[in-house]
Design a protein around this ligand. Sequence first.
Ligand code: UD1
Length: 375
Amino acid sequence: MAIKVILVAGARPNFMKIAPIMAAMAGDERLEPYLVHTGQHYDQRMSKLFFEELGIPKPDIDLGVGSGSHAVQTAETIKRFEPVCIDQHPDWVVVVGDVNSTIACALVATKLGVRVAHVEAGLRSFDRTMPEEINRVLTDRISDLLFTTEPSGNTNLAAEGVDPARIRFVGNVMIDTLLAHRERAANSTLLDRLALAGPDGPRPYGVVTLHRPANVDTEDCLKGILGAIAELAETLPLIFPVHPRTAKQIERFGLGRLFATDGILPGEVGRGLFAIEPQGYLDFLHLMAKSRIVLTDSGGLQEETTVLGVPCVTMRDNTERPVTCEQGTNNLAGTDPAAILAAARATLADPPTGRIPELWDGKASERIVGVLCSL
Ligand code: UD1
């Protein structure tokens, strides 16, 4: 009888992790996948677009949880996932990443006696003020099988006393997706649409993303970071796909004046900070791949830039992905505006070269499927 596996996807950064696992399971008679979308992210641009572009099958069920406080969102997911888990009676529940959907569904499954596998286990920022860190620690604690992406994951889990038999170093599923879609992304017309494509290749530009509550939810912090970014944008045009959370805060704190007013880059020497809508996977991958620098507070982008060889300045005090600094192109700058500017300028003057971390080779999902079938 086939092994029944519920896969859980909830928020944008989950979709590119679930896509290659679903693809690796498709057509494998040993497995019977069942895809649950919790609905934590629900906009066309934050969710549906990714399913279309990455060829993820339509979810078997959408729990429609939506936005809310952490308690409400997590509780609602728990409530709505439990009957599905009881009804489907799976052999495994596979959760990815560190969002509220991850811990909520892991908790439901383990209490029902269903085995849980956590993909992207063991990452630690050691910063308990980050909601994702709580989700990571708790999910790992209750998971039966821990799939790690980089050596620090194994070290962290060992230090927490996890039985090594539960840990499997398989590589990075998000990089499976990047490598699988890189060529298709090269056909993106986004650079033309932004007037960044020149006759001799793209004009120099940088990319910004920002959405961590710690960076965007207080006026002082957001104003300081955006001020530094706007100053950098005086010498290099910066394209900023704005996350819905950040858009709300920019509006609330009246910081729109830091952005260039016309959405399209003018002439040959366009400068300024340009806000655009959140992009789909392929357009955004192309935008990153052709940029001189990425400034971000995202976790995933630190990894993607490492594989693309694009310099990354991370606007956080810590990273749960240290391999991107040790081996990749990531520069951890902190959130002080002067430090961000200094790191960005130093990076542009002398771009780092990195190497691709071990097992970030496009085959992590195959390894995961292999392990699930062997147990
Ligand atoms: C969540 C994850 C974070 C991840 C990020 C990527 C948690 C704790 N956080 O944070 O780890 O890096 O997603 O995007 O799970 N919103 C929309 N449309 C949507 C989704 C959200 O407008 O489709 C708005 C919500 O109304 C809310 C805000 O964006 O005000 C934040 O959404 P939420 O899912 O709560 O957290 P994120 O900040 O996106």
